[in-house]
Write a protein that binds this ligand. Structure first.
Ligand code: ZN
Length: 57
């Protein structure tokens, strides 16, 4: 039996059933799992790209 799990975005606190979080970004930092919803993933990607850019220059 599969229990419907509700996951919470670690950035904005948005909650969604696990089935809807397949497109979320999951990263492991210091052994702790962090989940970011679609919107936060996008903004994170932007800031990550920004970081990469600044490292490149
Ligand atoms: Zn979020």
């Amino acid at each position: 039996m599969a229990t419907e799990e509700t996951l919470t975005c670690d950035f904005c606190g948005h909650q969604a059933p696990a089935a809807e979080t397949l497109s979320w970004t999951v990263s492991v930092e210091n052994g702790r799992r962090r989940r970011y919803c679609d919107e936060c993933s996008r903004s994170h990607l932007r800031s990550m790209e920004g970081k990469l850019d600044s490292e490149f220059w």
